[in-house]
Design a protein around this ligand. Structure first.
Ligand code: PTT
Ligand code: SF4
Length: 620
């Protein structure tokens, strides 16, 4: 390997208190790139079928890719992955953090953490020196305080990953956080870290990241940073970042409102990008190596957390504002701060709060069950319930298991409005009117996340409601670029998505970094391989497959929107089934969503066949 990859993996066994450095198999690097690709390959190869995600046997993987940390726009991202305790399938997340760059500089492409420390611990990685240190003084601290403490001890430039009380208490949607406001691992990767008694990972590196052609990387980097700054949308993006999506989603009847019952919200402008800019925004933050920083730091002006600040994005505000009927930004910011400090996912938190509110409005649960009276827009009660969830108190402990579990527990038809796919709560786009985006959620390889395909923007641009094989193929293309390439390379996709930075830059960077000539066709083959392997992992862990696991909840099919420009919209089941069939066909999977043997062979995944044949019958 000439560069891009360091060629080394660090394995840490917390039970034995030992670590070992291994060579990265060059074929794995070339065929899977890194990030998500490394994570799924490792989990497939090494995790015994049926492993309890919160047991010491689960593997917590921190993985970079060949573009991470190099002088390329927005290259400071890190994939955190494990078997998910929320879904029971493959789970990962992507954090913008100094830990990504520091890990490459310390000389590793990935860290694979197994076992469980006897007592609360910190994993410290400083180049070749790897230590498991006592973390008992940090245990119980929120993520902000723990971050501050670790910065004092290890220096501000260290890469720090930390969990909060949510991860320690094994809330099923706990995340890993970094630098007060970056978070990743929606499917409970923070709980996996907590189950290992691992409070934090601190990484410091001082080595050069190996590059095949350092001069070319520097040249491409300089040109790219200039290119990004020259884009028309650049200034607006830096002012509002993802928050401008609030107004855009409302205009297109896609803003999640009242537990994804509606796509428009009367008070949207009070919690949108413009309101943020005028009233609440006090600062700006970005990930390493990024010159289009999008972290909006906002001040809470009223309420119990008055004067505190918190970093927000669209998903956070949409799920903790309109989806709860909240039109007072201060409550949405307060809920966001609670999620960040305790280290739980904002999207899932918004979803379980909305689910409980709807269940009470429908009379399926009552004030006595919850210990609180819930209503749309009642920020105070929802903040109280959020605290019960993160502390796993009373009814909060049911919601802390996620919306799928809570709906099973409550029963009475509540599954219909439990807004999840495969157990992961749906992120912030209402899909009554967007069948393509519904399919994107249905087929996302970690459960209902928009990260693999923000298909709704394409549907709005190219026409809504189209049911065709072309659309299914386009969705696969988009998943491959976003969830295949960006999650494995591993870099931020927003320069491409948000300001129009050209995709053609990436093969050039790959060539300069690794010396290898990847075309976009090659990168799509890699993405197909990764998607098919993720699907195989899910099938192995679930003991089979069914189309219902790739289908969004009944609400969007049965209860139309009642307001806004698309009032009356709902999804059509026959249309969805057609789209899903085309999707399977074009992925080379059979009509039950199971990869065909011929597909596995074509993608160089022959070695997966024996593992799957023990679980399901494979068609040719
Ligand atoms: C991501 C998901 C998102 S996606 C958001 S806001 W978004 C929520 N952010 C949370 C948060 O904050 N705190 C918290 N406690 N929970 C949160 N849950 C939600 O998590 C994020 C940016 C954003 S902001 C997006 S779209 C892009 N996501 C990328 C991605 O997934 N891959 C990639 N290669 N590049 C991306 N660039 C953008 O990064 P998950 P971050 Mg995140 C505070 O974690 O699990 O992947 O879910 O990473 O560093 O905060 O950057 O409108
Ligand atoms: Fe981070 Fe935003 Fe820059 Fe992406 S665009 S690297 S999320 S600051």
């Amino acid at each position: 390997m000439r560069g891009g990859w360091t060629g080394k993996l660090l394995r840490v066994d917390l039970s034995k208190g030992k670590s070992v450095v291994q060579d990265l198999d060059p074929k794995v690097a070339v065929d899977f790139l890194g990030g998500r690709g490394f994570a799924i390959k490792t989990l497939w190869d090494e995790l015994p079928r049926g492993t309890d995600p919160l047991s010491p046997e689960n593997l917590l993987i921190l993985a970079t890719g060949p573009l991470t940390g190099i002088s390329m726009p927005s290259s400071g991202k890190l994939v955190v992955a494990a078997k998910s305790p929320l879904t029971g399938g493959y789970g990962d997340g992507n954090i913008g953090t100094r830990a990504s760059v520091q890990l490459k500089k310390a000389g590793y492409d990935a860290v694979i953490i197994s076992g469980k420390a006897e007592k609360p611990s910190i994993l410290s990685i400083e180049n070749d020196k790897v230590e498991i240190k006592d973390g008992k003084d940090l245990w119980g601290l929120d993520t902000y305080k723990a971050q501050e403490e670790l910065e004092k001890q290890y220096g501000k430039s260290s890469g720090i990953l930390v969990i909060g009380p949510g991860g320690e208490k094994l809330v099923k949607f706990a995340v890993i956080t970094s630098e007060k406001g970056r978070a990743g691992g929606r499917p409970g990767i923070g709980a996996v870290m907590g189950s290992k008694n691992l409070k934090a990972v601190v990484i410091r590196g001082s080595k050069e990241i190996p590059l095949a052609d350092p001069k070319e990387v520097a040249k491409l980097g300089a040109e790219s940073y200039k290119d990004i700054k020259s884009k028309d949308n650049y200034d607006f993006w830096v002012r509002q970042g993802t928050m401008a999506t609030v107004e855009w989603a409302n205009a297109n009847a896609a803003l999640p409102t009242y537990n994804m019952s509606e796509g428009v919200f009367d008070g949207y402008d009070k919690v949108g990008g413009n309101a943020m800019e005028k009233i609440y925004k006090i600062g700006q933050k970005g990930c390493p190596n990024c010159n289009m920083p999008c972290g909006n730091i906002n001040e809470i002006k009223e309420g119990p957390y008055k004067g505190r600040d918190t970093e927000v994005d669209y998903e956070n505000i949409a799920m903790l504002g309109p989806n709860l009927g909240i039109d007072n930004m201060n409550w949405a910011l307060t809920l966001n701060l609670i999620a960040d400090e305790t280290g739980v996912d904002t999207i899932s938190l918004g979803s379980v709060l909305a689910f409980a509110t709807e269940a009470m409005k429908r009379g399926l649960i009552n004030e006595g069950d919850v210990g609180l009276k819930l209503d749309w827009g009642d920020g105070q009660a929802l903040v109280e319930l959020a605290k019960k969830i993160v502390n796993k108190e009373g009814f909060g402990s049911i919601l802390a298991e996620g919306v799928a579990y809570a709906s099973q527990k409550i029963g009475k038809g509540s599954e219909k409005f439990a807004m999840h796919v495969k157990g992961l709560e749906i992120s912030a786009y209402d899909c009554h009117a967007y069948i393509g985006m519904a399919l994107a959620y249905g087929t996302s390889p970690i459960g209902a996340h928009h990260k693999d395909a923000w298909f709704i923007s394409y549907e709005i641009r190219e026409g809504r409601g189209v049911v065709s094989e072309e659309r299914a193929k386009k969705l696969i293309w988009m998943q491959n670029v976003r969830g295949g390439f960006f999650e494995s390379a591993a870099a931020c996709r927003l320069p491409w998505v948000e300001v129009g930075y050209d995709l053609e830059w990436y093969p050039k960077f790959l060539k300069a970094a690794t010396g290898l000539d990847y075309s976009w066709d090659d990168l799509h083959i890699i993405a197909n391989r990764i998607y098919t392997l993720m699907r195989a992992f899910w099938i192995r862990e679930k003991g089979g497959w069914s189309r219902s696991l790739d289908t969004p909840p009944a609400k969007w099919f049965e209860e139309p929107q009642t307001k806004g420009p698309l009032a009356g919209s709902k999804l059509d089941r026959d249309d969805y089934e057609k789209m899903l069939s085309w999707y399977y066909e074009n992925r080379g999977w059979d009509q039950n969503g199971i990869p065909r043997k011929s597909t596995l062979r074509k993608l160089g995944l022959d070695w997966v066949i024996p593992g799957l044949e023990g679980v399901v019958s494979l068609s040719e």
